[in-house]
Ligand binder design. Structure first.
Ligand code: GDP
Ligand code: IMO
Ligand code: MG
Length: 448
């Protein structure tokens, strides 16, 4: 079925990356699930439980946060590689929830011993810092909060960079060493949390050691050196599917800083986050909504705070998978998508949620920005402060009235829907290989 994945040499294995081209929630989970049948190993390389990837199969809906979206296929191997920050408590809950629904998570899940651990104090720190910043307790009422998911992502990656106070998955397997480290860490973190106004008993190293060693024992069968595992897979001719979490415009280096997450969520994060050199990846599928959404703070040049935005939100059920927050909605920003496609080396686009746009008389796509000094540019500005001032310049296209959620052939789409897709391809300069017209696996148009 899926010929968007191609290889110059039909006999060699084909490795594919799936990456979000906007601000997240583009439908990566659906496409990873779909492409899993054509790959052997599905690899998460970045982020943590801030991700929420939804899969819909028949009447069943699954929301995955840490476990790769290939898990519904029992014969595939799912890998949480070294670049991910793992909340072991959440991971075990996710495994148990899948088990309760008849999905087994056994040998088919491998976790890097070098993936960093999200500890309870990381989550408390994330939430407390956001609250303090949002409370405008500081001079001039400046609100520096980011609207994070409060899953402890930033503080856990900060510890990774600090090194001395970090804990990795492998550390959960050595109780005595964990206890020694936690005695120091707990005393430092208790003071930091108190400074942020958290009123709670001091962190207890004995209790935390017991709880996290128990989680380590539970996860031990899965914890391994995933870098060698993945290279062994390459040698054996098995094909890898990399599942990006978050999205290119949330990338710590290339996104709308500081309103980003704390990892390299573009394709550039794959080599560091897995140990696999980027040259192995032939196919990069950029996942793009037919419009724009974002959760949390930060600029969206094409945001529609009006009935257009509300209509998109209601038709697209645009409420966060992880936090249930309403997503901010707007017209498709092709300046942003073209930039992400460039950064990620996208070879094919999956255009998602096209069905949501049925019923609009006309549709707009942003092709350029007008800067505050009047200059017109087709270049994205990966800096939140400068992006805030731009005016989007739109091209207007006719909409279509028909519902398209049962269409399985691009040629059978309404003429104006085809025109919309054709124009996206022209402006971005990358072919659209997958069109999604509903959340279900089957509601997908695949171009051959
Ligand atoms: P991810 O984080 O990129 O995996 O995306 P999310 O799962 O957070 O959000 C995408 C949402 O859109 C989920 O609720 C999906 O079930 C849903 N979805 C995916 N593709 C389509 C589509 O083509 N049409 C509609 N209506 N919903 C879709
Ligand atoms: P998936 O994989 C949408 C956003 C948060 C916030 C910012 C920083 O489901 O597409 P963090 O908790 O990471 O420190 O929050 O990044 N964010 C996402 N938004 N989808 C995601 O993941 C996101 N992951 C992080 O809303 O604005
Ligand atoms: Mg999501």
């Amino acid at each position: 079925m899926i010929d968007v994945i191609s290889s110059p040499d039909k006999n060699s294995s084909r490795h594919t990356a799936v990456v979000g081209l906007q601000w997240g929630d583009e439908g990566k989970g659906k496409i990873v699930d779909l492409l899993t049948s054509k790959h052997d190993v599905i690899v998460r390389y970045n982020g943590g439980a801030n991700a929420g990837h939804t899969l819909v199969v028949g009447d069943e809906k699954y929301a995955l946060h840490l476990i790769p979206a290939g898990i519904l296929y029992p014969d595939k191997c799912c890998v949480i590689a070294n670049g991910v920050v793992v909340d072991p408590q959440k991971l075990v809950e996710e495994m148990d929830a899948l088990h309760a629904r008849g999905i087994e998570v056994g040998d088919n899940l491998c976790i890097s011993d070098r993936a960093h651990v999200v500890m309870p104090y990381h989550k408390e720190h994330d939430a407390a810092l956001e609250d303090v910043l949002a409370s405008k307790a500081f001079e001039d009422d400046v609100d520096l909060s980011l609207g994070t998911t409060k899953r402890g992502i930033g503080p856990a990656y900060a510890d990774k960079v600090h090194r001395s106070t970090a804990i990795r998955m492998g550390d959960l397997l050595d109780e005595a060493n964990l206890h020694r480290r936690l005695r120091v860490i707990c005393s430092l973190r208790t003071a930091e949390l108190a400074a942020l106004g958290v009123q709670a008993p001091p962190l207890d190293p004995d209790e935390l050691t017991q709880r996290y060693s128990a989680l380590g024992r539970r996860l031990k069968p899965h914890i391994t050196d995933t870098t060698y595992l993945l290279h062994d897979c390459l040698k054996d001719g098995r094909s890898l599917l990399f599942e990006g979490a978050n999205a290119c415009l949330l990338d710590i280096d290339h996104g709308t800083y500081p309103y980003v997450t704390s990892s390299n969520c573009s394709v550039l994060g794959i080599p560091a986050g897995t140990g696999i050199p980027g040259r192995h990846i032939q196919n990069v599928i950029g996942i793009m909504k037919a419009y724009t959404t974002r959760v949390g703070e930060g600029p969206i040049p094409t945001e529609q705070v009006n009935e257009i935005g509300e209509r998109i939100r209601e038709r697209g059920h645009e409420y966060g998978t992880t936090t249930n927050r309403p997503r901010r909605c707007g017209w498709l920003d092709l300046v942003a998508v073209r930039y992400s496609a460039m950064i990620c080396g996208v070879t094919s686009i999956a255009c998602m949620l096209l069905d949501v746009l049925s019923g609009f008389d006309e549709l707009k796509v942003c092709t350029h920005y007008k800067l505050t000094d009047g200059t017109i540019t087709d270049r994205f500005i990966p800096d939140a402060r400068r992006l805030e001032g731009v005016q989007p310049i739109y091209e207007t296209m006719p909409g279509w009235s028909e519902e398209i959620d049962e269409t399985t052939d691009r040629a059978a789409l309404p003429e104006n829907a085809r025109g919309y897709l054709d124009r996206i391809e022209q402006i971005v300069g990358v072919p659209i290989g997958i069109i999604s017209v509903g959340p279900e696996r089957t509601q997908t148009v695949v171009e051959v």
